[in-house]
Design a protein around this ligand. Structure first.
Ligand code: ZN
Length: 287
């Protein structure tokens, strides 16, 4: 197989219709004939197909909540095992970490007002901006992803595949959107409360225009997480520990002992953290 292509496929503009998965694969828009995710444990995903396989998928047009693959009984379609962070599921997680665009294809069998009447339609490039897991009623773990449409013209066409183990080139690093740093009134308040000092490592970054820190929401803002923008849900972090926290690289126990890192979170007397938010983060991001 030729290497994966990230971005648009030359000659296959957004809106192109394909009668079947075979034509979709032959065009190189989505190469697997059955799998919904084109990606692997070592390569970021380059495309996904929405075709009604998982009823948990939510489609808002320019934003999609997508469910990972695996763990289901092929006959009853019920979740009978945990979804693993391997193969396509890992591929989508790598797309998020490395900022690769993902082609989105909607199939007619996908239950959404955005679906085509018949066959499959290439609907453009999306960025994976969040990845977490949920434990459903079955008691099994299901991986979920938030994809946001990249405005037309913003994505580079035909980026050749790169080794995710290699460092990013400077120009790629600039275009990598890992997370949104929001500067709300509450964010400024938590940074002032800690005097811009990271609650995990105690480092205070000093730039020429003054100190720098980031406010991290413990339970993320926005659906489906719906974390509140309040001090009880905020941490003052250095950029490294903010990224690591958002990626599930470490978590925090109710007594502020760290999981995945040595040590303990520094919490000042005027800062009350809601343990329910710490638990939400542990149960959706840390594994
Ligand atoms: Zn830190």
């Amino acid at each position: 197989m030729p290497p994966r292509t990230y971005g648009h496929i030359p000659g296959e503009p957004v809106g192109t219709l394909y009668p079947s998965r075979r034509e979709l694969a032959d065009a190189g828009v989505h190469r697997p004939l059955q799998a919904g995710i084109s990606g692997s444990s070592i390569e970021p995903a380059d495309s996904i197909v929405l075709s009604g396989g998982y009823e948990d998928d939510e489609d808002y047009g320019d934003e999609i909540l997508y469910t990972g693959q695996g763990g289901r009984d092929p006959t009853t379609r019920e979740q009978i095992a945990d979804q693993e962070l391997t193969r396509g599921n890992m591929g989508l997680a790598l797309s998020r970490t490395h900022g690769h665009p993902v082609r989105v294809i909607r199939g007619a069998s996908h239950d959404s007002p955005y679906s085509p009447q018949s066959g499959y339609r290439y609907d453009g490039l999306f960025q994976v901006v969040d990845a977490w897991y949920e434990t459903g009623r079955s008691g099994h773990k299901v991986w979920r992803y938030r994809l946001v449409q990249i405005p037309d013209g913003a994505a580079s066409a035909g980026i050749p595949a790169r080794d995710p183990q290699l460092p990013l080139a400077p120009e790629r690093r600039e275009s990598t959107v890992l997370r949104i740093v929001r500067d709300t009134a509450k964010a400024r308040e938590i940074k002032r409360l800690y005097d811009f000092t990271c609650q995990v490592c105690g480092i205070r970054l000093e730039g020429s225009a003054g100190p720098y820190a980031e406010a991290g929401h413990i339970r993320p803002l926005g659906a489906p997480h719906n974390g509140p923008d309040v001090l009880e849900n905020l941490l003052c972090l250095c950029p490294n520990h903010h990224v690591l926290f958002d990626l599930g690289g470490f978590a925090i126990q109710d007594d502020y002992a760290l999981l995945g890192l040595p040590g303990r979170l520094t919490v000042r007397p005027r800062h009350t953290i809601n343990p329910a938010h710490l638990r939400y983060h542990r149960e959706h991001y840390f594994s």
